[in-house]
Write a protein that binds this ligand. Sequence first.
Ligand code: BDR
Ligand code: CA
Length: 311
Amino acid sequence: MENRIPVIMDCDPGHDDAIGLLLANASEKIDVLAVTTCGGNQTVEKTTYNAQRVCTLLDMNVPIGKGAARPLTEVPMNAPSVHGKSGLDGPALPEPAYPISDLSAIELMAQTIRSADRPVTIVSTGPMTNTAGFLLAHPELKHKVAQVSMMGGGIGHGNWTPAAEFNILADPEAADMVFRSGVPILMAGLDVTEQALIYRQDIDRIRALGNHVASVVADWIEFFFEFHRQRGYAGAPLHDPVATAALIAPELFQMRELYVQIETQGEFCRGATVGDVNGSTGNAPNARCIMGLDRQGFVDLLCSAVQTYGR
Ligand code: BDR
Ligand code: CA
């Protein structure tokens, strides 16, 4: 475990979140210390239940901390059009074998980070409510956060509005706090995640791996693809796994250091991630923004993760 990257997976599963959990759990380079949940794709009740079921499927026995039911200031925003009524519609999943921790997401983050022997990376693939809450409640532990590797935003564009991506729009105040916190940020925005496309032949390749996880992952991607196919995508954009894949195999990704600010006001642009691409603010970069990837390498990594579950 010594050379592994210790991580907390903060997520709102969610099809692509679930596949991010798979990548992390299967990787020899990562040590998952805890899973924390937030409201986002569905209510926090549903995403927590989903996290428990996904961890059970993946044989991933780590503490699961339930997050807050609401974003910092606004009313909750969910995405049933993308992930279904359960937040993880599609294939049947096992009932939870692992209980929820007595600790809230924020307190589980604190306990995990406090007791870790080295700085911990938070992988954030939902609204950033928990991470912001943790940094607010436990400033004494900030130096023990190695980085926040997050899926959210987009330097070029949004997906929920023309300017804003879902995870940031669902809690812009939280994202703003994290981006201003001084903690290093690795940002997998739509710029890269909409290139992380899984095509029909890739789904077939995953299914053909033939184990019990392979068929579920293939079904998840089919479900996720259907929403995107109707909107003109040639494949399913696997947003959230990019935040984990970039830790496991950074050589697959092209990154650019930028100063990124979160728009919390604005009539049209609330939730936008505004990247200082021409250096006009004069501020030093606060984020490494992932702008491109080796798609085939990403698919190969996903297949290797599925393969760890047997023939
Ligand atoms: C993000 O929103 C959710 O639907 C996905 O899980 C991903 O985290 C993409 O905008
Ligand atoms: Ca997500």
